[in-house]
Design a protein around this ligand. Structure first.
Ligand code: UDP
Length: 184
């Protein structure tokens, strides 16, 4: 409970506990969705998440910072797919409380993600190894069986397609940043 990532882990557990207590004690209608790694346009360039970091670094020609050896895996869900899952869950019958996993089961190593970003941006950035943060999970991949069965939902946007849209967003954002600095 006191590690550097514990606020996320414990915060989510505590929220689910409170939701289910309100549901049992007060018959409050609840929906519990477990969100896996999500990316897309409108991420903050300094957010520190891996997809935004890699794209911004690639577009600026800066080194791509791989934490650890890059063999850890994540499953990246494009934001439009995630929002569709959210809406379907909110519109589902009262009895469906969840927890329901919403995420993209396509699993990639962080090194593979870096290589995709370099290929899609045409960047000449090199990969560099940085220390692995404490408690960094080795693998993440949602089991979306329940979402498929109860919501008829599954992701529709493959990683490359989602990365292209996200790269276009950051390209425009970085251009805007340069021109407003030049003007200001
Ligand atoms: N990561 C990385 N370089 C970065 C940012 C993140 O290698 O510049 C790694 C991080 O160590 C983790 C993965 O990418 O293994 C996903 O990190 P993020 O913070 O995006 O999400 P989370 O760790 O919450 O899944």
């Amino acid at each position: 409970p006191i590690g550097p990532r514990s606020c996320y882990d414990e915060g989510k557990r505590c929220a689910e506990t409170l939701f289910f207590d309100y549901h049992r004690q007060h018959d409050l209608e609840i929906k519990v969705m477990r969100i896996f790694n999500t990316y897309g346009p409108r991420m903050h360039p300094n957010d520190g998440r891996v997809v935004s970091n890699f794209i911004v670094q690639a577009l600026r020609g800066e080194p791509i910072t791989i934490y650890g050896d890059g063999s850890q895996t994540r499953s990246f869900c494009y934001v439009d797919d995630l929002v569709e899952g959210m809406i379907r869950l909110m519109d589902s019958p009262k009895e469906l409380t969840g927890p329901v996993n919403i995420g993209n089961p396509g699993e990639f190593t962080i090194r593979q993600l870096a290589e995709r970003v370099i290929a899609l941006t045409g960047s000449s950035s090199k990969l560099i190894a940085n220390p692995l943060p404490a408690d960094d999970p080795k693998q993440r991949k949602p089991d979306i069986t329940l979402a498929r069965a109860k919501l008829g939902w599954e992701p529709t946007i493959a990683l490359d397609a989602g990365l292209k849209k996200t790269i276009a967003y950051f390209e425009a954002l970085l251009k805007e940043g340069t021109s407003s600095r030049r003007n200001g």
